[in-house]
Design a protein around this ligand. Sequence first.
Ligand code: 4AD
Ligand code: MG
Length: 430
Amino acid sequence: MANVRIKDLPQHVGEKVTISGWLYNKRTSGKLQFPIIRDGSGYLQCVVFKKEVSPETWDAADSVTQESSVRVTGTVRAEERAQGGVELGVESFEILGTAQDYPITPKEHGTAFLMDVRHLWLRSKNQHAILRIRNEVEKSIRDFFYDRDFVLIDSPILTANAAEGTSTLFETDYFGEKAFLSQSGQLYLEPAAASFGRVYCFGPTFRAEKSKTRRHLMEFWMVEPEVAFLEFDGLQELAEEFVEYIVGRAMDRCAEELKVLERDLTRLENVKRPFPRITYRDAIELLKSKGMPANFGDDIGGDEETVIANSFNAPVIITRYPAAIKAFYMQPAPEDESLALGMDMIAPEGYGEIIGGSQRIHDHDLLLKRIHEHGLPVDKFQWYLDTRKYGTFPHSGFGMGIERCVAWISGVPHLRETIPYPRMLNRIYP
Ligand code: 4AD
Ligand code: MG
């Protein structure tokens, strides 16, 4: 008999089925055992009645320990009070692999311990819910771009260029040449935009961030669209449409997971276009009015982002930063050359910057000048300059870190729970 997945059991009421999974929990009352099995698709209460099963089955159900793998056969019964609306009247219960002293018990554990056993922690209910939301976010990102005729361009992981400043590079040796793990696929997308018009990449990116915060990982996944002939206003509209879509999809298709995580959905329901937009200058004034020691020209850090976010109900877009604090490739603002047409989107509730983007410099000589000013090796950027030499065009794009987005949607404060195996300052195990 083929295995049935637990989530499909409501379509099998009255039938005899076999399910396979792991023991989540167990209750006993005399001649009855109530093992709860999880199989990745759901949780199922089984009922083992001593009088109705063989001694072997009774002993197996009686001795089975938390997280042992099991195969159970029985009849599916409708049971309103049970999770999923069904339970299983057990005929046979078999232990496939015993779990001896499973380290994660229903009691509270410290985070350092849970991170050491991350490979097991993945089985826990909240982690399972968060990673299912991540799965939905990733699928919705791909659907969003595919449906709008963007072409997926897989950018390289090993690169000779720094895209986002030289202070956070992971350096490695490439047959005697210096190479870096990619900080962003953007530079490789811009030439591809001249082939397809609309492109995006979606892959792991790396930053040797020496900071130990709940918002930083050394390895994170970034999705980056790049669009030919799109200018700064259109870029902000694209970012808004994108974020509204992703949040809506998660609310539609991850209702169960958001419930497990006790997410306050009223906050997510506010994520509707248009989002508030303020300039960097306004942001500095706002911070000052809230008593923060902010000055024009300062970077907007995590604490500042939270203060700004708390002044709005929806994600807020900050625009027109001083060029001096932004990346070399950003187009200057037409009204003031010292400002860049860069935008960041700050998520509500203290989740910080989820999107960073800009219109790109499309003038060859200006871009070359910036590469010099930033002390970058021109010979490594010749190919990047070519896009400006052969039919240059205005273009814009952004990047969204998906762990920050998943943390926000799920309502989990720390990024480490939003990626299966987090890479953090001083942690690369497991
Ligand atoms: O603002 P960033 O550095 O922008 C870029 O990399 C551009 N090249 C993107 C583009 O225009 N194509 O990073 C973009 C986003 C941030 O808003 C944040 O969500 C995420 O990437 N991010 C991180 N997420 C987790 N850990 C880190 N250390 C991150 N650094 C950036
Ligand atoms: Mg940024």
